[in-house]
Design a protein around this ligand. Structure first.
Ligand SMILES: Nc1ncnc2c1ncn2[C@@H]1O[C@H](COP(=O)(O)OP(=O)(O)O)[C@@H](O)[C@H]1O
Ligand SMILES: [Mg+2]
Length: 310
């Protein structure tokens, strides 16, 4: 096990920021730590990294207790903090070289690793730039390069895509995938469900300091009863017709409001053809037929009764 957190409790005065959190991270996985703002994601990461003191619990990284001065462990870890942490008076290249040089002392190896990090995050054209000359997205990429250039086994990225343009976001997600393919274990926090769905093997949903659900994307989605939705516009539908549709295979629920028919089905393939046949047979006019998968947002909504993003 790469990370083992047992029964972690962290309080800021009266506020319990982490309430008996247990978390295990296996080698080679991308763990997505997701939750709304203030749910405790950064606090959890900072406790794991021994950057914060905690009130209760046990944390091990690489089967060792983490302490602020455990450089042997630290050299195996890459940290990309939520707040961009680079030196204003150093260029892109110098910043990456500084951070990488904390752990890599051989000159040639350092040069190579810095070069690889620059290529990975796509900052080749900006090596001589100073941080304040970079757009938000490029500054984020620099922050990432600084955290990962020494090619650590375990990488923490705390909301690395907040307020970045779509191009940088895609680039960042691709880079993370690549780092994982090269063997790194990754802990990734975000409040964007789409990102964890895309990227992560294992997902932990945090809400108000507690883990409210965890599993693979599929396992989490299975917690939500209605598996798929079919939506279509129908100007006119009688209640008898609605009732008939209700009897079609695999259908769980049918609602018809404001000319919109919404069907939830346990199995789209079983429902779709009979539905279309019925509509045709009854000569029912319809438009804009489309289907919707349940998303992790639906999972969060089901468990908490709230939207992930307010
Ligand atoms: N240094 C601090 N002092 C007091 N409260 C804090 C501090 N840091 C975070 N908090 C509070 O702890 C909770 C969790 O915060 P945080 O871990 O930053 O959440 P997230 O990273 O999920 O947005 C929030 O309610 C936040 O206001
Ligand atoms: Mg945070």
């Amino acid at each position: 096990m790469i990370i083992d957190v047992q029964n972690l409790v962290k309080r800021y005065k009266e506020l319990t920021a982490l309430n008996h959190v247990n978390l295990q991270v296996q080698p080679g996985e991308i763990l997505g730590l997701i939750g709304p703002n203030g749910s405790g994601k950064s606090t959890l990461i900072n406790c794991i990294l021994a950057l914060l003191k905690y009130d209760r619990g046990e944390i091990k990284i690489f089967d060792q207790p983490m302490t602020p001065n455990n450089y042997a462990v630290k050299s195996r870890i890459g940290i990309v903090p939520q707040e961009i942490a680079v030196f204003a008076e150093l260029t892109v290249q110098e910043n990456i070289s500084y951070y990488c040089g904390l752990y890599i002392h051989d000159h040639q190896e350092l040069t190579n690793k810095v070069q690889q990090a620059i290529e990975l995050v796509g900052l080749k054209d900006f090596v001589k730039f100073y941080p304040k000359q970079l757009s938000g997205g490029l500054a984020r990429r620099l922050n990432i390069a600084c955290g990962i250039a020494h090619q650590p086994e375990l990488i923490f990225l705390d909301e690395p895509t907040v307020a970045v343009d779509p191009q940088s976001r895609n680039h960042i997600l691709e880079s993370i995938k690549y780092l994982n393919e090269q063997g790194a274990t990754i802990v990734y926090t975000t409040h964007y469900m789409e990102e964890v769905e895309l990227l992560c093997d294992h997902i932990v949903i945090l809400d108000q300091g507690q883990i409210i659900a965890q599993g693979t994307t599929e396992e989490l989605k299975a917690m939500v009863k209605n598996h798929e939705k079919i939506l279509l516009n129908i100007p006119l539908l009688t209640s008898v017709q609605v009732q008939t549709i209700q009897q079609l295979p695999a259908i769980q629920q049918v609602s018809y409001q404001n000319q919109q028919l919404e069907i939830t089905s346990a199995d789209l393939e079983q429902t779709m053809l009979p539905l279309l046949e019925y509509l045709q047979q009854e000569k029912i006019v319809y438009a804009n037929i489309h289907t919707q998968q349940v998303s992790l947002n639906d999972v969060f909504l089901t468990i908490t009764g709230r939207q992930l993003r307010d």
